[in-house]
Design a protein around this ligand. Structure first.
Ligand SMILES: Cc1cc2nc3c(=O)[nH]c(=O)nc-3n(C[C@H](O)[C@H](O)[C@H](O)COP(=O)(O)OP(=O)(O)OC[C@H]3O[C@@H](n4cnc5c(N)ncnc54)[C@H](O)[C@@H]3O)c2cc1C
Length: 318
């Protein structure tokens, strides 16, 4: 897909930030894999998001919001539409209220979808808010973490999120209560809207604690992560979801697949559930490797592994 001059002009007139064309998405993802996006547009405020969603609908263009690209495998053909990237307004965080009740003093934190989990974790430890320590070391954005229900060390976003602000073509709306039906590495209610709406803000209920206690727990979890995940090649963390009561890594390892390589895509020797790019892997190599791993694990152990990583572009969105 190529934008003609008239379309580029219309797009630029509707948005505040400059739009970029034919941008290699390998530079935007932790896998360092992926062909070009037809366009990347930074949304500077909520009005931009609404305008851009309407533009895509009128022009019949696919779109996708990118957070930190740490859970995405982009096709070699790239993405034939507009990638939304968040501007600074979506990177803010602030405490709304403090309240005291059962379980200690609560702190309600509101933050934009574009803030990195690293900054969010620092903000919480500086302000003595406990509950998000488990995100320390996860290299994503808050929006990506909510959509994926990211989790680690027994914690997950489901445990802290109390309200989510979304935007569709019609405007702003909120998800709360039973709509927050998070499941393992997914948010089913949102999946019903994933082609219509994006997450722009998140409210989280945390517990007041001494800042040094929160900081110490974050440090501890980062150290544990370094010990458990000594993988330096580009990847997206765990490639497959853990099947119920099983570890995907252990299943893959027990089939002797560590080190299996297709082109430059490899099952990491250090961690069998990490599929990594050891040089210049293509998305096709990575997908072939994924399928071989799935087939072998199913043939030997009868377990179907499902990818946790989102595959984007090339007509193969998962
Ligand atoms: C080294 C490494 C370690 C990791 N460890 C963990 C871990 O311990 N636990 C864990 O759960 N994950 C882990 N991950 C995976 C990843 O970091 C998380 O899933 C993270 O939450 C993804 O956030 P992101 O901003 O990078 O999302 P992206 O990769 O940018 O996007 C992922 C999906 O979410 C959608 N999306 C992102 N933001 C929005 C939004 N605002 N609105 C609508 N849709 C949106 C995208 O369109 C895409 O479908 C790891 C990854 C790496 C590379």
């Amino acid at each position: 897909m190529r934008f003609d001059d008239a379309m580029k002009e219309r797009l630029q007139l509707g948005l505040k930030a400059e739009v970029y064309y034919d941008i290699p998405l390998r530079e935007w993802t932790s896998f360092r894999i992926g062909g070009p996006a037809a366009a990347i547009a930074t949304v500077e405020d909520r009005a931009d998001v609404i305008w851009l969603l309407n533009f895509c609908a009128e022009e019949n263009l696919p779109w996708c919001w990118i957070g930190r690209g740490s859970n995405m495998l982009v096709a070699d053909e790239g993405f034939p539409g507009i990638i939304f990237s968040s501007g600074k307004v979506f990177e803010k965080a602030a405490f709304l209220t403090n309240s005291t009740g059962h379980g200690g003093s609560k702190k309600l934190l509101s933050a934009g979808a574009g803030i990195s989990l690293a900054r969010l974790s620092l903000f919480c430890s500086e302000n003595g808010a406990s509950g998000l320590e488990f995100v320390s070391g996860i290299p994503g954005s808050l929006g990506g973490a909510v959509v994926m229900n990211a989790g680690a060390f027994g914690g997950e976003m489901a445990g802290v999120v109390s309200r989510v602000e979304l935007i569709s073509r019609k405007g702003i709306f909120f998800a709360e209560g039973s709509q927050l039906d998070f499941d393992y590495r997914t948010w089913p209610w949102y999946q019903g809207f994933a082609n219509e709406a994006v997450v722009v803000g998140v409210e989280m209920t945390l517990t007041a604690k001494d800042p040094e206690t929160v900081r110490e727990r974050c440090r501890e979890l980062v150290a544990l992560r370094r010990g458990a995940q000594k993988v330096s090649d580009p990847g997206a963390g765990s490639f497959f979801k853990n099947p119920p009561q099983k570890s995907a890594g252990r299943l893959i390892d027990s089939c002797g697949l560590k080190g299996l390589r297709i082109g430059d895509a490899m099952v990491a020797k250090e961690h069998a559930n990490f599929l990594v790019n050891v040089g210049n892997a293509s998305a096709a190599d990575m997908i072939k490797l994924m399928k071989i791993v799935q087939e072998k694990v199913f043939a030997e152990l009868g377990v179907r592994l499902e990818p946790e990583v989102r595959i984007i572009g090339g007509g193969c969105e998962l």
